[in-house]
Design a protein around this ligand. Structure first.
Ligand SMILES: Cc1ncc(COP(=O)(O)O)c(C=O)c1O
Length: 351
């Protein structure tokens, strides 16, 4: 099905609406849109293009810098003098908060769940350690506990006369994700026009907020392609409900006169495998194929599974040599090092 949106408002109106939201500009944008011809050939598949959000800088890149332009923009507009972030020890978001905060000269306090037992200073956690962030490791991997720890930390900081802003794991962060990725879609469609690309689909690994931004942007700009979200967690129905709720709220906040056809929300849950953060054999194969054909590293949690979804689409015949597809590389690559054993459980082919 093609995403035929009614009531598109166009680039200027979308930009004007997004420009009313506080934002601090520091990400390396626009991120490159580049062809992946050797990957396409190896799949006997469509023309594949990568949108390289993994090069959005700082740190080691990733999708959160674009979001942080809005979350930190709001924090700075509110007069914050310290940011509080949370997640799990392997999470991408807190690491990118730390690098952004270092770059902007704002102190960051990080609370990371899932540290029961041995804490491995690798991947994202290593980068936070190197950056000198104040990292607190919590034993539980329950994100509700991490949320409560964020609130408690913010309270303690306020008691000490500081002005903290919580910049992860809140509803307003999800809203900012939609703004950021509507902005991404405007950037991508401008790049696609310049490159003369008319894709059949854009693929992204997301369980909700980032995907919702792409759908909002596509609706506002009258995109003629599908936006496919490959979720790393939950069911398609749960994710679609989350996306629909976010779209309703953000369209209202932005005051955009658009409606999104619910059929344009296309989330695939076939690649979750054993759950969030658990690698599948198909994702391992996708990561290794992309590295060996293009010199591009995907990640174990989001983009590896999303590429497994794109490859499955090629195998089913949904994507053929007549098609063009854009793959949103959203980063997460520091996590590769935390998954070394799973990624190399099969030896590489010897020469
Ligand atoms: C590498 C990567 N890709 C994609 C996403 C998008 O996630 P979602 O839209 O489900 O929040 C994230 C978020 O953590 C991420 O780290």
């Amino acid at each position: 099905m093609t995403t035929q949106q009614s009531g598109a408002v166009g680039h200027e109106a979308l930009r004007a609406a997004l420009d009313r939201v506080p934002r601090v500009r520091f990400a390396m944008l626009p991120t490159p849109l580049v062809a992946a011809p050797r990957l396409s050939a190896s799949l006997h598949g469509p023309d594949i293009w990568f949108k390289r959000e993994d090069l959005a800088g700082w740190g080691m890149g990733g999708s959160k810098y674009r979001i942080l332009e809005y979350t930190l923009g709001q924090a700075m507009a509110d007069g914050a003098d310290v940011v509080v972030a949370g997640g799990l020890t392997r999470s991408n978001h807190p690491q990118q908060v730390v690098s952004a905060a270092c770059h902007l000269g704002i102190p960051a306090v990080v609370l990371l769940g899932g540290g029961a037992g041995h804490v491995d200073w690798t991947g994202n956690l290593l980068l936070q350690g190197i950056s000198g962030a104040e990292v607190h490791i919590l034993p539980s991997a329950d994100l509700e506990e991490v949320r409560r720890a964020q609130e408690a930390m913010a309270d303690r900081l306020r008691e000490r006369g500081r002005r903290p802003a919580i910049v992860t794991l809140t509803r307003s962060v999800h809203i900012c994700s939609v703004f950021a990725y509507a902005n991404y879609m405007a950037e991508l469609m401008t790049q696609m026009d310049a490159a003369g690309i008319k894709p059949k689909a854009v693929y992204i690994g997301s369980g909700g907020p980032t995907y919702a931004g792409l759908v909002l942007g596509a609706a506002a700009l009258g995109a003629k392609f599908e936006v496919i979200g490959v979720t790393p967690r939950g069911t398609a129905a749960e994710c679609s409900d989350h996306v629909a709720g976010l779209l309703q709220q953000t369209i209202r906040i932005l005051g955009l006169d658009i409606s999104v056809d619910p059929r344009s929300i296309q989330i695939v849950d076939a690649h979750v495998g054993g759950g969030y953060g658990v690698l599948t054999p198909e994702a391992v194969a996708a990561i290794r194929l992309t590295a060996s054909t293009e010199g591009v590293f995907l990640d174990p949690v989001y983009t590896g599974k999303a590429m497994a979804g794109l490859i499955a689409g090629c195998r089913r015949g949904d994507l053929t040599t007549n098609d063009t597809v854009v793959f949103a590389h959203t980063g997460g690559t520091p996590n590769l090092f935390a998954y070394a054993a799973e990624l190399m459980s099969e030896p590489p082919p010897s020469g």
